[in-house]
Design a binder for this molecule. Structure first.
Ligand code: NAD
Length: 364
């Protein structure tokens, strides 16, 4: 087991990564001084494999725990489902010392974190992420939210968990596209901040594809370290934390133009990363031309897209880009690679460059 600390003063916490951790949750909670009544939030997909082992382990360690099941899907990251969690907490007379446990992917993590941030003005919560994306990204850094019918993550709070337990054994049941989609955030971490980590990903490509637990445990811990370092510097994304949005500007536009149906988030971000590389090369911000084929090869080997699907309109994406929340004063703040492991933020990219890049990637 590896332990990564997120140092945020009185909001500091540990991320525990490794294999076989889920069944040890009860004793890990105890070791870390977790007290109080526990309400676990999960969905039926995750529950079928992981709820009983978790509840058994909590019971063995003497915890009183109940469960609330949320239907599976992004559309249930909603105020209505948060309301169901509050109802269960109120009906069960959960007090301020109670603990919420999020068992699932980013949807369950964001929803549970939001409920924890708001119930009785804030109770403790623990993340037990079960997707790769949740282990390397959404469970770290305290962004919690629910969606509004008019937009994703519009209602939320920065609220840090008290503990994160990431068991890579849960990848065993993860569908292929979910796994590959999570790998995009991993690759992103290497590209923006850590060349050695990126090279390790290239080197271990086969073991990663096979989801080798030992390698995946190292990778999850590595990504947690990288993200934790950024969050420690800029908890509320007033500056540096924005670099984690690398690839997300075009990625979000692609998700939006396809009605959030065509792409998994990571698939759209993979295309966004390739676009950012092309834009940086065109503008001579990046001179290492080998980086593009390296990234494309990594994405291809994971079954991720490297070209836009047929029929995507460059004009349509351009229009959407200017609605993105990262647009300040009418200019897009591009996060672009300078070299492997380094990015810069630029508002000086001519729209024609962006349009040409989209068309080179297959846009019409
Ligand atoms: N808070 C943050 O900083 C942050 C960062 C990135 C993304 N997010 C949010 O995370 C969400 C996406 O998270 P996600 O990609 O984990 O999606 P998800 O939570 O929808 O999980 C994807 C699918 O995998 C299933 N699943 C989960 N674990 C499984 C397992 N071990 N085996 C089999 N199936 C499993 C889920 O039931 C679901 O069907 C979005 O709502 C996004 O906004 C938040």
């Amino acid at each position: 087991m590896q332990e990564v600390r997120v140092e945020l003063g009185e909001r500091s916490y540990s991320i525990l990564t490794g294999t076989g951790l889920l069944v040890r949750s009860g004793s890990l909670f105890k070791e870390r001084g977790v007290k109080g009544k526990i309400l676990t939030v999960t969905n039926p997909t995750v529950a079928q494999w992981y709820l009983t082992p978790l509840l058994d382990s909590l019971a063995e360690a003497g915890y009183q725990a109940e469960t609330v099941l949320i239907p599976d899907g992004e559309e249930y990251k909603s105020l209505e489902q948060a309301g169901r969690i509050y109802d269960k907490l109120v009906d069960g007379e959960y007090d301020r010392k109670s603990v919420l446990v999020a068992l699932g992917g980013g949807v369950i993590g964001d929803l549970t974190g939001f409920a924890a941030a708001t119930y009785m003005r804030g109770i403790r919560y623990i993340q037990i992420p079960t997707t790769l994306l949740a282990q390397v990204d959404s469970s770290i850094g305290g962004k919690t939210a629910v969606n509004h019918p008019k937009g994703k993550n519009l209602i939320g709070a920065f609220y840090q968990p008290n503990l994160v337990i990431s068991d890579v054994g849960t990848f065993r049941t993860l569908p292929e596209r979910e796994f590959s989609s999570g790998m995009v955030e991993v690759i992103k971490h290497g590209m923006i901040l850590d060349p050695d980590y990126f090279e390790k990903l290239e080197h271990e490509a086969q073991a990663i594809k096979a989801r080798d637990p030992e390698i995946m445990a190292e990778i999850v811990a590595g990504s947690c370290r990288i993200k934790a370092a950024v969050v420690q510097e800029d908890e509320r994304e007033t500056g540096r934390r924005a670099i984690l949005n690398f690839g997300h500007t075009i990625g979000h536009a692609l998700e939006s133009i396809t009605g959030y149906q065509r792409f998994k988030h990571g698939e759209a971000v993979a295309l966004g990363i390739l676009a950012a590389l092309k834009i940086a090369l065109r503008n001579k911000i990046l001179d290492d031309a080998a980086l593009y084929p390296k990234a494309a090869a990594m994405f291809e080997s994971l079954g991720l897209p490297t070209k836009l699907p047929a029929g995507i309109s460059c004009e349509g994406i351009m229009a959407l880009l200017y609605l993105d929340k990262k647009v300040e004063y009418g200019k897009i703040r591009w996060i672009l690679p300078k070299s492997l492991g380094q990015v810069l933020i630029s508002s000086k990219i001519p729209p024609e460059t962006v349009k040409d890049t989209l068309s080179e990637l297959g846009g019409v």
